[in-house]
Design a binder for this molecule. Structure first.
Ligand code: S3P
Length: 441
């Protein structure tokens, strides 16, 4: 590691090989389980919780609201819940880089008689928050967006909520979850209608807790409590491996004939795994062995065998089911024969960075021809990657890791600047790279 942990030199790898037996816990599910356990009555035990910065920010926020937690020697997280008695935090909750924390907590807390302020880092302060203000105010809360351009800090004055019917203006699991979590404390019926299917972890978890939630296509209905909500039950949870973290190795293997990786105990929720369809279309070979369900989620083993990739088009309903993998689709496109087109993906512009801009800048930096589109990009492959390239993460964990994957295919080592952001979602990334035969220093 160089420059005080801020940069990594990634060496070319002839092809990744190997077996990851326990990928890190799913980030989206870890956030949600920590929130629900922190409201429950009694102690919940959570296996394979992701102790990355984003989820630790959620956990710290839940402690500020009155929950208590510790990690036992076997690595399990124990959360002693508040029984629904949420304390008003003494000061602003700092959610760092985590959009999931701030948007879901806004909903979760909007039904409590407290006022709280939530803030975050520079990236979080630039992200749109009116998407949660609109439905939460319709439900009866007061949501003030104190930052410039209607952004973070967010101040919530919890109120007496009531159920609403809300048609989401954008495909966003975070906004959907925000409304559903608010509905836990909203007498009446809340209906959320999605424009396209997005990840459904919140729905699955609430159903696991026997809450009255039903799903009918794109319409989700939750019946709120008559008066005060009963406390949620405490329980044991097992978080599946994070498909979005496994995805780095899946693409690294997919794009090289002869390479192959096997990843066990990974989440196979179909609202998360559209990347597998894309890689298969591009010419990689995928074998899936389903295992038992971990809680409410399908889990299994993925074996990926590399091939000579050809370009594809990704758009429509596929987009929300691989939204966090789109930087990797761009990387696969750079290594594939032909023009890979990503469309209907304007949401990329409001992630931790504008990932259309930051990925194109980085791809070009390594000699890949790529064009920006309003709602995506076109990548002209296969690229002849430049010698002595250097790229930047722009502080975006998924950009840093996607570029590390592309660097494995470069003719010479590539320097990736500012990689500490990787800890946001995948603190073990560099170790797992080593386990699979890669090398970074
Ligand atoms: C997430 C949903 C997605 C995703 C994010 C995590 C979640 O965001 O990009 O990394 O946990 O619900 P949007 O719902 O805003 O698209």
């Amino acid at each position: 590691m160089t420059q005080g942990g801020q940069s990594k030199i990634v060496h070319p790898a002839p092809g990744l090989h190997g077996h990851l037996q326990q990928p890190p816990g799913d980030k989206s599910i870890s956030h949600r389980v920590a929130m629900l356990a922190a409201l429950a009555a009694g102690e919940s035990v959570i296996h394979n919780f992701l102790p990355a910065e984003d989820c630790m920010n959620t956990l710290r926020a839940m402690e500020a609201l009155g929950a208590r937690s510790f990690f036992s020697e076997d690595g399990a997280l124990h959360i002693h819940g508040t029984s629904g008695q949420v304390l008003e935090p003494a000061g602003p909750l700092d959610l760092g880089n985590s959009g999931t924390s701030i948007r879901l907590l806004a909903g979760l807390l909007a039904g409590y008689p407290i006022t709280l302020e939530m803030t975050g880092d520079e990236s979080l302060r630039s992200r749109p928050m009116s998407r949660i203000k609109v439905p939460l105010e319709e439900m009866g809360a007061t949501v003030d967006l104190l930052g410039p351009d209607q952004g973070v800090p967010v101040r919530i004055k919890g109120g007496h909520l009531h159920g609403i019917t809300y048609a989401l203006p954008m495909a966003s699991a975070q906004v959907k979850s925000c409304v559903l979590l608010a509905a836990l404390n909203a007498p009446g019926t809340t209906v959320v209608i999605e424009p396209r299917p997005t990840r459904d972890h919140t729905e699955r978890l609430l159903q696991t807790l026997d809450l009255p939630l039903t799903v009918d296509g794109l319409r989700i209905t939750l019946h709120g409590p008559e008066a005060k909500a009963a406390p949620l039950p405490a329980r044991v949870w097992t978080i599946p491996g994070d498909f979005s973290s496994a995805a780095y190795w899946l693409v690294a293997a997919a794009a090289r004939p002869g390479a192959g990786v096997i990843i066990d105990r990974v989440g196979l929720n179909p609202r998360r795994t559209a990347l597998l369809d894309v890689l298969q279309r591009m010419g990689a070979k995928v074998a899936i062995t389903p295992q038992s369900e971990a809680g409410a989620e399908p889990v299994g083993t993925i074996a990926m065998q590399g091939g000579r990739l050809r370009a594809t088009t990704v758009g429509g309903d596929e987009i929300p089911c691989l939204i966090d993998e789109l930087p990797l689709v761009a990387v696969a496109g750079a290594l594939a024969e032909g023009d890979t087109i990503i469309r209907d993906a304007a949401e990329l512009r409001v992630k931790e960075t504008d990932r259309i801009v930051t990925m194109i800048a980085n791809l070009r930096q390594l000699g890949v021809a790529a064009d920006e589109r309003e709602d995506g990009m076109v990548i002209h492959g296969p690229a002849r990657l430049k010698v002595a390239g250097s790229v930047r993460s722009y502080g975006d964990h998924r950009v840093a890791m996607a570029m590390a994957v592309l660097a494995l295919f470069a003719p010479e080592p590539v320097c990736i600047n500012n990689v500490s952001c990787v800890d946001t979602s995948y603190p073990g990334f560099w170790n797992d790279l080593k386990t699979l035969g890669g090398h970074a220093e």
